[in-house]
Design a protein around this ligand. Structure first.
Ligand code: NAD
Ligand code: UGA
Length: 462
């Protein structure tokens, strides 16, 4: 009963909606894909040579499909009217006020999108069946709310609500979308629900092997997304907790991670100890899970997962505290160079980056900060650190200038380019004693020690 091939649109042209839809359009040249947003500047950027987000390989994908079968538009209503599959990929941040503030997901944008879809379907003449797809990460049972909004105000349109969470990571989004470990499609366990699931699954099957396209019920799909992020973040907090023990015992966290990671039951990935995890999702999604557990009367489960966040906050604070104590308990008036501000390499995204916490802690201690990041804009850094930080922070386009005259360097993002910097030259330009704090364990600290640096690495005895 669905048109074949189905026309597709997406509400939300952000880090998920943009790349995901671009890849669908590239892989399915006969499917028309329209990506919409309320934000006109964002859409204009998607239609320009300077895309609104940096992601390796994205430019090529967009250039191949844009204007052929990929369109970016602010005309949301027209897209909803025209399309069979409507993805919703709007932001779902943590609530900042009201019930569940600081934990629960803020579903305002989500519900506005739902109501808009309902209103457009209600007004449109042809009652084409619609498949509405949750792409955003949402609490379990959100699909129910979407279905109820649709039922209440959209008479006569046959619709199904599916959950199709996204597992891409920033910096590797295009690779992840080309060759996903799995695509997950959850839907109602009715014949109509099944037909909708197959319609969406068939889009992915054009380039994803069938055995990697998993289908489940709605609630399993919604909960699998929160669980995946919770498990990933938990691994980082676990290895970070061990990093502290390594520092005081003389063990080396990289050696420990390698030694446990070769056990095929544990596996080698996501065991890199760091200054702490960042990004828009890990913390938000765990808090969301914690809130859900509490609401369903499971306080022990909530507490268990909450510890992942507690450990991460402690790791970030510990890093900054350690810098201050190593530098004779004062950084007041000292210049400190920060290499890397993004929450991970190969992205310009700074949402929840540990660099914000570390810089703010150092500014509190009255340090002068010089920041270099190859992809984050000056405006973004000032926005993240706040106006009051303006006179304490200098942003440089050159890592050598950022480090010149500094008492210490802190590496906060694992950009590859930092590995090949000329540290002998940098050392010459610094105040002595010169300190290096490697928050990502990417530098050969022994080589730096030979140059003359006082070195400190996460999970390395000093
Ligand atoms: P984002 O903030 O980059 O993009 C969301 C976009 O939605 C914004 O451009 C906003 O203007 C737009 N929007 C809001 N309300 C709208 C409406 N009613 N109609 C049309 N557009 C609207 O967010 P993101 O990083 O793309 O994340 C989106 C969702 O995907 C979140 O739920 C997030 O948890 C989830 N997710 C994110 C990632 C990631 O790596 N960033 C990965 C997997 C899942
Ligand atoms: C993460 C998940 O990996 C994706 O599967 C998921 O779709 C996404 O969240 C989401 O839901 O938004 P992302 O946050 O983009 O993706 O990036 P990650 O590679 O997971 O890194 C997150 C943070 O953990 C970064 O700050 C990174 O530096 C840190 N990290 C990662 C470590 O400290 N150690 C590691 O071993 C791995």
């Amino acid at each position: 009963e669905y048109e074949n091939p189905p026309k597709i649109c997406c509400l939300g042209a952000g880090y998920v909606g943009g790349p995901t839809m671009s890849v669908i359009a590239m892989k399915c040249p006969n499917i028309k894909v329209t990506v919409c947003d309320l934000n006109e500047r964002r859409i204009a950027a998607w239609n320009s040579d300077t895309l609104p987000i940096y992601e390796p390989g994205l430019q090529e994908v967009v250039e191949e499909a844009r204007g052929r079968n990929l369109f970016f538009s602010t005309d949301i209503d027209a897209a909803i009217r025209e399309c069979t599959i409507i993805f919703v990929s709007v932001n779902t941040p943590t609530k900042t006020s009201g019930i569940g503030a600081g934990e629960a997901a803020d579903l305002t944008y989500w519900e506005l999108a739902a109501r808009r879809i309902a209103a457009v379907c209600n007004q449109s003449e042809d009652k084409k069946p619609k498949i509405i797809v949750e792409k955003s990460t949402v609490p379990v049972k959100t699909a129910d709310a979407m279905a109820r909004v649709m039922q209440a105000s959209c008479i006569g349109t046959d619709f199904q609500v599916l959950s199709n969470p996204e597992f891409l990571a920033e910096g590797t989004a295009i690779e992840d979308l080309f060759q996903p470990d799995r695509v997950l499609v959850g839907g109602p366990t009715t014949p109509q629900g099944h037909a909708a699931v197959q319609c969406l699954a068939n889009v992915y099957r054009r380039w994803v092997p069938t055995e990697r396209v998993l289908t489940t019920n709605l609630w399993s799909a919604e909960l699998s997304k929160l669980t995946a992020n919770a498990f990933l973040a938990q691994r980082i907090s676990s290895i970070n907790s061990i990093s502290a023990l390594c520092e005081v015992t003389g063990a080396n966290v990289t050696e420990v991670a390698n030694a446990i990671g070769v056990d095929s039951r544990i596996g080698p990935k996501f065991l890199k100890s760091s200054v702490g995890f960042g990004g828009s999702c890990f913390q938000k999604d765990i808090l969301n899970l914690v809130y859900l557990c509490r609401s369903f009367g499971l306080p022990e489960v909530a507490e268990y997962w909450h510890q992942v966040i507690v450990m991460n906050d402690w790791q970030k604070a510990r890093f900054a505290r350690n810098m201050v104590s190593s530098m004779f308990n004062t950084v007041s008036g000292k210049k400190i160079a920060i290499l890397g501000f993004a929450f991970k390499k190969d992205t310009g995204d700074t949402r929840e980056t540990p660099a914000i916490d570390v810089c703010k802690a150092l500014i509190e201690e009255k340090a002068q900060i010089g920041i270099f990041d190859p992809k984050v804009s000056r405006e973004q850094i000032y926005l993240d650190l706040g106006k009051e930080a303006m006179d304490k922070v200098q942003i440089e386009d050159d890592p050598y200038i950022a480090c010149s005259g500094a008492h210490a360097i802190a590496i906060l993002t694992e950009w590859d380019m930092f590995k090949t910097l000329d540290f002998a030259k940098i050392y010459e330009s610094m105040q002595k004693p010169a300190f290096m704090f490697d928050g990502r364990n990417i530098i050969d600290l022994e080589a730096l020690e030979k140059i003359g640096f006082n070195v400190w690495g996460v999970g390395k005895a000093s």
